[in-house]
Design a protein around this ligand. Structure first.
Ligand code: ZN
Length: 287
């Protein structure tokens, strides 16, 4: 069984939890090139290829990084332009954000960019119509709907397996590949990326992914700043400190163990030729 390996390419100070306005970003130390390049070296040493969902603002500032990722044979996806929550934008702002990121990434990589991941899994109930915009803007697959809810993100009750969204009765012509959770006695157990991958002990991560792989491919997601224990610490709440900084020392070791124990491919290869069952979504106030 193959699994998708995905990286959300953003710098440490851009995360939504830290809530630093883009107009302030120039005050912070840029570490995204160094960290992403280190990840690329790690992937090369295990001959692993993945999908890099890159922010438009990172691509514009570091075009050589996008070319490096593409030339090493990885897939390029869009993580939007500014790392703004989808729910904090109007539909028109969202359209402009994804369009500008897609244009710059396609120009730099010299190929089509058809995969999208929203910052902080922020395609939620209030913004299902964003999926329609993505389809209209030429995206073939979205990976933004976290099938459990936390104070920061997610949709409780959303499908845990890939699906073809049908919004208010209309098939959207885009596929959704949600972040992977294992199910344990009917309860969703997140383990596949970000804080969860850092917090869950590796034997449990391995057990959970093996369990998922009995029936379907899973997906791992990481961020370049997660392999950077020396990153500056921003002033924030104890909750966000935990989410952002817990277990940074262990990320790289966990990735190496995952690469030894499982097979990974870019998301586009995992979904290639697959048709996923329709799933009905309803806009707020409709249906
Ligand atoms: Zn992100």
């Amino acid at each position: 069984m193959l699994n998708a390996l995905t990286v959300d390419v953003e710098d440490w100070y851009m995360t939504n939890g830290l809530d630093i306005d883009p107009s302030e970003w120039h005050k912070y130390e840029d570490r995204v090139v160094r960290n992403t390049t280190r990840l690329l070296g790690l992937f090369d040493s295990y001959s692993v290829k993945g999908t890099f969902f890159i922010l438009g603002c990172v691509a514009e500032k570091h075009p050589e990084l996008v070319r490096d990722i593409a030339e090493r044979g990885h897939e390029i996806g869009s993580h939007g332009y500014w790392h703004r929550l989808v729910t904090s934008q109007t539909l028109e702002q969202f359209r402009q954000d994804v369009r500008s990121s897609k244009e710059i990434l396609e120009r730099l990589a010299g190929r089509r960019v058809e995969l999208y991941r929203a910052p902080s899994w922020s395609i939620s109930r209030a913004r299902y119509d964003a999926l329609k915009i993505l389809a209209e803007e030429g995206f073939a697959c979205d990976s933004s709907m976290q099938p459990f809810q936390t104070p920061l993100s997610g949709i409780s009750g959303a499908p845990k397996t890939p699906f073809s969204p049908v919004l208010d009765g209309e098939p959207l012509g885009i596929r959704e590949f949600p972040p992977t959770v294992a199910e344990l006695a009917g309860i969703s157990m997140p383990f596949s990326g970000g804080f969860y991958l850092r917090a869950v002990p590796y034997p449990m991560v391995k057990w959970a992914l093996n369990r998922v792989n009995r029936t379907r491919p899973g997906m791992i997601y990481i961020h370049p700043w997660e392999i950077d224990p020396a990153q500056p610490r921003a002033k924030t709440s104890a909750f966000i400190r935990t989410i952002q900084y817990y277990g940074l020392n262990g990320t790289e070791g966990k990735l190496k163990r995952l690469f030894r124990d499982f097979s990974f491919r870019p998301l586009g290869e995992i979904i290639n030729g697959e048709s996923f069952p329709p799933h009905r979504l309803y806009s707020p106030g409709a249906g």
